[in-house]
Write a protein that binds this ligand. Structure first.
Ligand code: AMP
Length: 215
């Protein structure tokens, strides 16, 4: 199955994509993770991306396109969930073309809907493991006590000012993709509020339904 998981920053895309990986065998392709890794390793892409990421801006389309297409090709064009890509109409159009050229169309686009006030709360309480990238929430999913607290950090782009900018960028550039995918009959909207497991169950059942109706 070829999926996109879509939603505002903090909607839980990464968390749910990683559950889809372990439970439905879809490889999680996160352009954000790929970019953060490149920044950590100070590769040319990482150096180019840094200024954008730190301000909560989008990295230029042409840069991200290559990262996403290479990652999809690495998975033999199937059984993946794209987390954080596409984020602009241009990226979505390129992705549609890329998938058509390879005769491997996207099967569904999951849209996680979460109100702004919940997002701001989630991101201000989100922490990550500096080495593994594992994410936690200080209240709902705290880091295990045996982890060195110095390794538990806040992402620079989770600072309140940057979060506000990321949300504005999301509304302007990314939200219009809902219509793009709705008009292609691919959009499946899921309520992203509540427990991680509850949200996963909703996702799992809409995917099962989609598989059954398309079979
Ligand atoms: P994420 O972890 O998905 O929130 O991504 C973190 C940051 O990486 C974003 O705020 C952007 O600066 C950059 N990024 C990730 N994916 C994309 C994309 N598809 N297009 C442009 N920039 C991206």
């Amino acid at each position: 199955m070829r999926l996109i998981i879509f939603g505002p920053p903090g909607a839980g895309k990464g968390t749910q994509a990683s559950l889809l990986e372990t439970r439905r065998g879809l490889v999680q392709i996160s352009t954000g993770d790929i970019i953060r890794e490149a920044m950590k390793n100070e590769t040319p892409v990482g150096k180019e991306a840094k200024a954008y990421v730190e301000k909560g801006e989008l990295v230029p389309d042409t840069v991200v396109r290559k990262l996403a297409e290479n990652a999809i090709a690495d998975e033999d064009y199937d059984d993946y969930v794209l987390d954080g890509y596409p984020r602009t109409t241009q990226q979505a159009e390129w992705l549609t073309e890329f998938c058509e050229e390879n005769d491997t169309p996207i099967d569904a686009v999951l849209s996680l809907s979460v109100p702004d006030e919940v997002i701001v709360e989630r991101l201000s309480r989100r922490r990550v493991h500096a080495e593994t990238g594992e994410t936690y929430h200080l209240d709902h999913d705290p880091p295990p006590a045996d982890i060195d607290p110095d390794l538990i950090v806040q992402r620079d782009d989770d600072q309140p000012e940057t979060v506000r900018n990321r949300l504005a960028v999301y509304r302007d550039e990314t939200e219009p993709l809902e219509e793009y995918y709705e008009s292609r009959d691919l959009l499946l909207t899921v309520n992203g509020e509540g427990d991680i497991e509850d949200v996963y169950e909703r996702i799992d059942s809409v995917l099962d339904e989609r598989v059954a109706t398309r079979a």
